[in-house]
Every structure is written in structure tokens, then in C-alpha cells.
Design a protein. Structure first.
Length: 65
């Protein structure tokens, strides 16, 4: 059960980080294109990790049932 809780905690952390990066990318869109691009790139990387965690969560849920 501990690993499932850690997985959920990490998932929430990644979702919050992704939301902040996307927001930052949109804020800088018209001010500084370079900062916007960097934030968008980091957001894509976080989204990849988030998708992996969601997949692992699905696998764990299926194996428990």
C-alpha cells in the first residue's frame, strides 16, 4: 500500500508542476518567446513522466484486483 500512496503523491506533484509550467509558458508567450519555449519543453517532459505514472498506476490497479 505504501508504494501506491507514493505513486499517487508523485502523480499529484507532476500534475501541479505541469500546470505551473503550462501557465508560465502561456504567460511568457508574447513577452519572451525563449522563456515560453523552455517552459513548454519542460512541460512536455513532465507530461511524459505523468503518462508513465498513469500507466504504472493502471497496471498496479489491475494486478491488485
Amino acid at each position: 500500500m505504501l508504494k501506491i500512496n507514493q505513486l499517487h503523491k508523485y502523480k499529484r506533484h507532476l500534475e501541479e508542476r505541469y500546470r505551473k509550467l503550462v501557465e508560465r509558458a502561456n504567460d511568457y508567450k508574447y513577452v519572451d518567446e525563449c522563456k515560453s519555449d523552455r517552459s513548454a519543453f519542460k512541460a512536455m517532459k513532465v507530461l511524459e513522466k505523468l503518462n508513465r505514472v498513469k500507466y504504472l498506476n493502471k497496471e498496479i490497479s489491475n494486478s491488485i484486483v
